[in-house]
Design a protein around this ligand. Sequence first.
Ligand SMILES: Cc1ncc(COP(=O)(O)O)c(C=O)c1O
Length: 420
Amino acid sequence: MKDLFERIVNDKGPLGKWAEQAEGYYVFPKLEGNISNRMTFNGKNVITWSINDYLGLANHPEVRKVDAEAGVQYGLAYPMGARMMSGHTKYHEQLEKELAEFENKEAAYLVNFGYQGMVSAIDALVTKNDVIVYDMDAHACIIDGVRLHPGKRFTFQHNNIESLEKNIQRATKVAEETNGGILVISEGVFGMRGDQGKLKEIVALKEKYNFRLLVDDAHGFGTLGEDGKGTGFEQGVQDGIDVYFATFAKSMAGFGAFFAADKEIVQYLKYNMRSQMFAKSLPMPMVIGALKRLDMLRTMPELKEKLWENVHALQNGLKDQGFNIGKTNTCVTPVFLEGDIPEAMAMVNDLRENYGIFCSIVVYPVIPKGLIILRLIPTATHNLEDVKVTIEAFSAIRSKLEAGIYKRIAASMMEQKTKV
Ligand SMILES: Cc1ncc(COP(=O)(O)O)c(C=O)c1O
């Protein structure tokens, strides 16, 4: 028999094994200064393209003021306890009412974290007799929610409606035997590659099959549809989404999240979602702050307009320079390049140190071997100069990548390391 920690110390996990080379720089970097288009990294001023503050609310003076005042008035502790027991307030209720109206649903329910909330909602919505059908590229919170499911589950190929239909047919057979129902789960916007979930086509399948649809719209809320109401509105199928989910962690620049659905479904979630029944309620400054942010979404269309001006400038500029930005039809802007992981690291180091550009890097195993995604998140705080500087920098690093310069840098760094 082994000591439990023996494995943990020896096998640090797929990401943990890179910690020595990556920690503090590629992972767990410290971005300092006010959240905006320019922040400080490693003592240098950089253009930040890695923060989901789509509408620029994080450091908006009106938001900062309301957050601060709510902090002074209520502190971070209030209310104490779970919603069901002692953590319920009129502000939680008001926010839920306003979110439901905004999303054109009968009711809404707040959760403390999007990730936890999604795991718990999936757990609550299905029993062992039910079948889940979900997109292969789904976010970890969906995958982990499905892991709790004691019944059958099927995946469908990413955004592939033919594959979805086949799997709904398989699910239907199972559900007929178990006398259960079917839950289909997709996303409004897939956060890595930036393509919208094909909600219109998924909803159309409801004509032929009996299933309910849960949509995670973390990146669509605030950025797509009228007033940022999300991907359901963008595609004109909000009514076909049975359970709508969005987090406050992106466009709302806060934390917390919510589900919106028919009254009876929300009522069920209130009494059966374990992440809320057995955890402390969302703190008051978050709730009051979210009310303010929601008001700004409704009344300040210029924020979303500015965001999209930047998105279009960035995406068109990259395409004009021959960059492959995949199938994005949202703000998420992936730039696809080819190279191995050490090359990718040398390239990102060059971008940060010599060009003042801070963006996220995605490599294997998240995407296939040999592919690199530099992922850019435009926000309303960026400007056209940021876009110009970034596209010039990207053109320069692509030339170096193609000339094999990063391969050589990475090889010589490895050599030096082995000498030491
Ligand atoms: C698609 C998606 N769902 C859920 C979450 C989790 O939300 P939260 O940060 O509120 O836990 C995220 C990331 O934040 C996300 O990108």
